[in-house]
Write a protein that binds this ligand. Structure first.
Ligand code: M6P
Ligand code: ZN
Length: 191
């Protein structure tokens, strides 16, 4: 498996293949199956059934060799596969940054969006290839594939930011994204 580079890191070029979502050179790749998204989907029975019945891959994250440590600027390419669980669209776990730092997501392929939540206000941003979504400090963020093909985006974030998943499990994300009768719908998180 590829690993992160060890500081001090030399200036370098990274090639991004948009069709495969791969980086060269690349760091670790993370694969999240439906079972890794425990507590994320509204219909927990449907989630459990689909975990028992094949446990599909929901998304993959390919990291660059730049490590998640203070003052570095890591990047990653996330591919969310198309799909839904009882209508709730495939998504990332979603996280808050323990060190409140901003982040950008740049759309590479497919159609998707970002749900953001600061504990009070919610926001939805559509992402398509060429669009940049800005995540301000203090806003938890979750990505959604709203289409029928793979949704890919590049993330760039400060190495000190970190990932707090418990915050999302405790506070929710403000909104949920569904496909109903082939139409995209956003609903209040606890409706
Ligand atoms: C983006 C970045 C990563 C994050 C990944 C998956 O690539 O924000 O830091 O890990 O999306 O999101 P999550 O960690 O919420 O599963
Ligand atoms: Zn983040």
């Amino acid at each position: 498996m590829s690993d992160y580079a060890k500081p001090p890191i030399s200036p370098g070029l990274i090639s991004l293949d948009v069709s495969t979502g791969s980086l060269l050179p690349s760091g670790p790749t993370l694969t999240r199956r439906l079972s890794d998204l425990q507590g994320c989907f509204k219909n927990m029975e449907a989630w459990q059934q689909e975990v028992n019945n094949g446990n599909p891959i929901v998304y993959q994250v390919v990291s660059s060799v730049v490590p998640e440590i203070p003052r570095e600027l890591p990047q990653s390419v996330t591919t969310i596969f198309p799909g839904s669980c009882d209508g709730e669209l495939y998504m990332t776990k979603g996280h808050q940054h323990p060190d409140p730092q901003g982040e950008i997501y740049y759309g590479l392929a497919g159609t998707g969006g970002i749900i953001m939540f600061d504990g009070k206000q919610t926001s939805w941003i559509d992402i398509t290839p060429g669009k940049i979504g800005y995540i301000p400090p203090g806003w938890a963020h979750r990505s959604i594939n709203t289409g029928t093909s793979e949704y890919k985006f590049l993330a760039v974030y400060p190495g000190s930011a970190g990932h707090d998943y418990q915050w999302v499990l405790k506070n929710g994300m403000g909104l949920r994204a569904f496909t109903k009768n082939n139409k995209f719908e956003l609903e209040e998180f606890n409706s």
